[in-house]
Design a protein around this ligand. Structure first.
Ligand code: FES
Length: 486
């Protein structure tokens, strides 16, 4: 799905800078080597430079393709951003439903992407799906930068997400009369959508009194879905653990589980819950953006041209590139594989240092990973592994007593579990790790289709689940340093 971006380039501003601020990545650092920052001019004008001609074919240039890193423009331009074309994880599974008349929409409101599904209450069927990038991405890639922006510019992000979602729900509803929209999302998405104060989330102990279930009349949000339509946002579980995890617990039928299980969302804000039907502990941990290939020199989303798989071969690396394209960057799953392969070959030491004084590991020209990329990955995997260790200690259990670890979200769906084990992200056998898809959307859909049981389910999970603040745990820092080693 092509993703468009329209912007005004004021005098004195560089288009490349504006695009970078909006999340367009520059895989080779803007050196005009990789072509990974390609954008297509749909409206307006961007001059062709010799650097662009060296990377793009004459046919591509004629079709309007340019390099974002070299782009100069004045006035208004509308661009198709190739990097943003990657797939967004939906959920096609059929779930139990209480048959009734009418239609509803389930929404997974993610920090980066949004998925909306139109559901037929009579049949439980998914009638339509729409996906989009979160329009707030223009104001920061992760939850903390959104919080900081919201502190400086109150209401801007609330308006932007309500308007962005209006377009999405109108589109997915078509001419169907929708009576309810049910949303889930992390705590920051919840607060920004609901217009709650984000200040408590900007400092220790990151506790907010406003994480409860919220209800709106659709018309009051400016959504044209009929006067009877209600919009509800599911409640957060505590601090940065949001209703995406609560919905994930519903999707995994948590209240019927006897064995000890864990659900982990491996994102910038890593969310973890472990337990069973008798009790659960949840926590969030600042993993940084490495799993989404953020702050990685040649990192990019899992889109065409991204190296997504790496295995050791004949003393070097064999790489799989998405979309049968020339490589132009590396995504999160490729990075985990590359580190695992390099450890296997002794080219990365257990401390994380590159062996033999090397500065970088060349994977497939022009893509390589550097010492600082490895360090970002260590920070991310250290935060998750340490968070899991602390929660297990609090439960009086060990990793090997976990019956199963479910990985939620896009990265969890695509990461190679053997590589995740090799780098020490999850030191369990592949038979104990299960990619669970978009559990947030599935659980929200299940709750939307079960109106008579919804409140009881949500309340029971809320009562059962206790939030643990890792920031104030005296053992977390030691565990984190320990878990950073490979
Ligand atoms: S060519 Fe523009 S970032 Fe590589």
């Amino acid at each position: 799905m092509p993703q468009l971006c329209s912007l005004d380039v004021p005098a004195g501003a560089e288009l490349a800078d504006l695009l970078f601020e909006r999340g367009v990545e520059l895989p080779c650092g803007g050196a005009s080597l990789c072509g990974g920052c390609r954008v297509r001019v749909v409206e307006g004008d961007i001059a062709v430079t010799p650097d662009m001609q060296a990377v793009l074919t004459p046919q591509e240039v004629a079709a309007g393709w340019r390099l974002a890193c070299q782009a100069r423009a004045r006035g208004r331009v509308t661009l198709e951003i190739e990097q943003w074309e990657g797939p967004i994880l939906g959920d096609e599974s059929r779930v139990a439903f209480e048959a009734r008349e009418g239609f509803g929409i389930a929404v997974d409101l993610g920090t980066t992407t949004i998925v909306a599904q139109l559901l037929d209450f009579a049949t439980g069927e998914v009638l339509a799906v729409r996906t989009a990038l979160n329009p707030q991405c223009a104001h920061g890639a992760d939850v903390m930068s959104r919080v900081q922006f919201a502190l400086r510019e109150p209401r801007v992000l609330t308006c932007s997400i309500r308007q962005g979602l209006a377009a999405l729900v109108h589109d997915v509803a078509g001419d169907r009369k929708v009576s309810e929209v049910l949303l889930c999302g992390n705590t920051v998405m919840h607060h920004l959508f609901c217009g709650e104060e984000v200040e408590p989330l900007s400092h220790v102990p990151f506790e907010t009194p406003a994480g409860g279930m919220r209800e709106f009349i659709a018309e009051d949000l400016g959504w044209k879905l009929g006067s009877a339509c209600r919009v509800r946002f599911l409640p957060c579980l505590g601090s940065f653990v949001g209703s995406d995890i609560l919905a994930g617990m519903v999707a995994l039928d948590w209240l019927a589980r006897d064995a000890l299980v864990a659900l982990i969302d491996l994102g910038t804000n890593g969310e973890i819950v472990i337990g069973n039907r008798r009790g659960a502990l949840c926590a969030s941990t600042a993993a940084g953006p490495a799993f989404e290939a953020g702050r990685i020199g040649m990192g990019m989303r899992a889109a065409p041209g991204a190296i997504s798989r790496v295995v050791p071969k004949d003393g070097g690396f064999e790489c799989h590139v998405l979309g049968a394209r020339a490589p132009r960057g590396i995504c999160g799953s490729g990075l985990v594989d590359a580190a695992a392969a390099a450890l296997h070959m002794g080219r990365i030491l257990p401390t994380g240092r590159l062996a033999n004084g090397t500065q970088e590991l060349e994977l497939m020209p022009p893509v390589s990973i550097t010492q600082s990329d490895i360090r970002e990955l260590q920070l991310a995997k250290g935060a998750i592994a340490a968070g899991l260790r602390i929660l297990l200690e609090r439960c009086g259990a060990t990793l090997h007593q976990l019956d199963r670890v479910y990985l939620a979200g896009a990265f969890g769906n695509y990461v190679n579990t053997a590589s995740a084990r090799r780098i020490g992200l999850l030191e369990l056998g592949p038979e104990n790790i299960e990619p669970a898809g978009n559990t947030a959307l599935r659980g929200t859909k299940m709750l939307l289709l079960a109106p008579s049981r919804r409140s009881a389910l949500v309340e029971q999970i809320g009562r059962l689940t206790q939030h643990v603040s890792l920031a104030s745990d005296p053992h977390f820092q030691d565990a984190f340093v320990d878990c950073m080693r490979f």
